[in-house]
Design a protein around this ligand. Structure first.
Ligand code: HEM
Length: 180
């Protein structure tokens, strides 16, 4: 493996660590003891989610996408050449949409509601409605991410054959790699 392909893979994995690590961090924050004890704690834990989304989740996803496009164009002959890679990319696109269109605005809304909790009548009903939605779409993101990783790691036989070139016995005899 050339050094630049190794570098691209390394950065792809670092992006993945940032992205997936921050999702696990959000799950841990959701179960933080005392996080809903008072208005100040609610604001602080919502702020932690918004801040880590901005500094880890989205930059990690950006790094994964940039290095993924780099590897697709440089070492995999471009887009739509291998079925496993197309599935990998479509799943990533769903993750990107879910993160940008649903989760990021939800996190900001939760923070806004949390900031309005000061004063008498500490009512968490509207906050809980939003955090329930956040947990649902967060869980969908986690499942999509694990599926994306599984597709890349196992490259299932069903997804491995490409319309453009065969990786069956004839293709292999012609020197084509089964892990395109
Ligand atoms: C959240 C999104 C993503 C995750 C979690 C992810 C994860 C992974 C993982 C774990 C591998 C390593 C598989 C292995 O070496 O066994 C991989 C490989 C790969 N990914 Fe992604 N990826 C994501 C997005 C993307 C995107 C958007 C693209 C392209 C547009 C892409 C292109 C690739 C390519 C080309 C490889 C093969 C690297 C090689 O040549 O060895 N990935 N991905």
């Amino acid at each position: 493996m050339s050094w630049h392909r190794g570098l691209a893979r390394l950065l792809h994995f670092i992006g993945l660590a940032m992205f997936l690590g921050s999702i696990f961090g959000h799950i841990a924050l959701g179960a933080l003891p005392g996080a809903e004890a008072d208005a100040h704690s609610v604001v602080l834990s919502s702020l932690a989610v918004v801040h880590t989304t901005k500094t880890l989740t989205l930059p990690g996803l950006g790094l994964v996408i940039v290095t993924g496009v780099w590897m697709t164009l440089s070492y995999h002959g471009g887009f739509f050449r291998a079925r496993w890679l197309t599935v990998h990319q479509v799943l990533s696109l769903l993750i990107l949409l879910n993160s940008l269109v649903l989760l990021r605005p939800l996190g900001l809304q939760v923070l806004e509601v949390a900031r309005g909790l000061h004063g008498p009548g500490f009512d968490l009903t509207s906050l809980h409605t939003l955090t329930r939605e956040e947990k649902t779409f967060g869980a969908i993101n986690l499942v999509l991410t694990l599926a994306t990783i599984a597709v890349a790691v196992y490259r299932p036989r069903l997804l491995r054959r490409t319309p453009a070139r065969s990786t069956g016995p004839e293709g292999l005899a012609a020197g084509k790699s089964p892990r395109t």
